[in-house]
Design a protein around this ligand. Structure first.
Ligand code: NDP
Length: 285
C-alpha cells in the first residue's frame, strides 16, 4: 500500500483521506486549520507539521491560491502533487510550471462527485499532466474514484470538469424553473420529477430523443439538419416558454438568455437548420 499526504481537509479532502484509509493506504494529513484533522487522526491518520511531507501529495482546497499559500517556499524535489481543487485551465497550467520550478511534478484533476460519493461506485475524476506521473499513482488514486486520464496539457482536466459542471448547473437550474412553473399550478415538484428524470434518460439514450449522441455527431460534421424540427420553430417555442414563466410571475433571466441565443442564431441565417446550429452563434459571441 502507498503513502499519501492529504492537503486540505474541507468536506472533500476529509472524504478523500477517509477513502485512502479505507483502501489501506498510510495517510498523513495537513490542513491550514489544524483542528479539522482531529477526527482523521483519531481514526489513524498521521498529522504532518508541514504540507510538503512525503512523495505523493493529494490536494483538495478552495482554489489554487490555497496551494501557493500552503506550500510557500517549500522545495518539492521528486514529489508528485495531485491537485483536485477548482481553478481555471490557465491557473492549472501556471501551477504546473510553478511546481516544476520547485522540482516537483503536478498532476491536475477535476473530481465529479460530492463528498459522500468519494470512493463510491459511479465516482470518476478527470486527470491531466505528465502521463508517467499519473500512471505511477493511478492505482492509489483509484481509492477516490474511477480515473480518467484526458491528456498532457495540465489545463485539460479542468476543461472537462467545467464542461460537465456547465451541463450540471444548467440542467439543475432548468429543473428549478420547470418545477417552480408547475408549482404555481399546484403540481408538487415530486410529482413532476419522474418526467424530468425520464427526459434526461432519453437525452442520454440512443432513440429519437437521444440528442447528446445526435448533437455530438452534428457538431463534429458541421451539418445540422432541421427538416423535421427547425431552429426557427424552437426559437418561437422558447419565446412561449419565457412568456409563460413571466405570466406566472417567475424569474426569467436564464430562459430569456436561451431565447435570445436561439433568436440570434435564427437571425444569423440558421433558422431552417436544426438546434445544433446554435453552436455557430456560440462560437461567434
Ligand atoms: P472548500 O472549497 O471550502 O475548501 C476548503 C479547504 O480549503 C479547507 O481545507 C481550507 O482550509 C482550504 N483553504 C481555503 N483557502 C486556503 C488558503 N488560502 N490556504 C490554505 N488552505 C485554504 O471545501 P470543499 O472540500 O467542498 O472543496 C474542495 C475543492 O473540491 C474545491 O475546489 C471544490 O470546488 C472542489 N469540489 C467540491 C465538491 C463538493 O461537492 N464539495 C465536488 C467536487 C469538487 P481551512 O480549513 O483552514 O479553512
Amino acid at each position: 500500500m502507498s503513502e499519501v499526504t492529504m492537503i486540505g481537509l474541507g468536506p472533500m479532502g476529509t472524504a478523500m483521506a477517509e477513502a485512502f484509509m479505507a483502501a489501506g493506504h498510510d495517510v498523513t494529513v495537513w490542513n491550514r486549520t489544524t483542528s479539522k484533522a482531529d477526527k482523521l487522526v483519531a481514526k489513524g491518520a498521521a498529522l504532518a507539521a508541514e504540507p510538503a511531507t512525503g512523495e505523493l501529495l493529494v490536494i483538495s482546497q478552495l482554489d489554487y491560491q490555497a496551494m501557493y499559500d500552503s506550500l510557500g517556499e517549500a522545495r518539492l524535489d521528486g514529489k508528485t502533487l495531485v491537485n483536485l481543487s477548482s481553478g481555471t485551465p490557465a491557473e492549472l497550467r501556471e501551477a504546473a510550471a510553478w511546481v516544476a520550478g520547485r522540482g516537483g511534478t503536478l498532476v491536475t484533476a477535476g473530481i465529479m462527485v460530492p463528498p459522500p460519493g468519494v470512493g463510491q461506485p459511479g465516482a470518476y475524476t478527470f486527470y491531466s499532466g505528465p502521463k508517467d506521473a499519473f500512471d505511477r499513482h493511478a492505482g492509489t488514486l483509484e481509492a477516490l474514484s474511477a480515473v480518467t486520464y484526458v491528456g498532457a496539457d495540465p489545463g485539460l482536466a479542468m476543461l472537462y470538469y467545467q464542461a460537465q459542471l456547465l451541463i450540471f448547473w444548467s440542467a439543475l437550474t432548468s429543473f428549478m424553473h420547470a418545477a417552480a412553473l408547475l408549482r404555481r399550478a399546484g403540481v408538487p415538484p415530486t410529482a413532476f420529477a419522474p418526467f424530468a428524470k425520464g427526459l434526461h434518460g432519453e437525452l442520454a439514450g440512443e432513440g429519437p430523443m437521444g440528442f447528446l449522441t445526435i448533437l455530438a455527431g452534428e457538431l463534429e460534421s458541421g451539418v445540422y439538419p432541421g427538416d423535421e424540427n427547425s431552429l426557427r420553430m424552437q426559437a418561437v417555442g422558447m419565446g412561449h416558454v419565457v412568456e409563460t414563466l413571466r405570466d406566472a410571475g417567475l424569474e426569467t433571466t436564464v430562459p430569456e438568455a436561451l431565447h435570445r441565443l436561439f433568436a440570434r442564431a435564427d437571425a444569423e441565417g440558421h433558422g431552417d437548420e436544426g438546434i445544433a446550429a446554435v453552436v455557430e452563434s456560440i462560437e461567434k459571441p
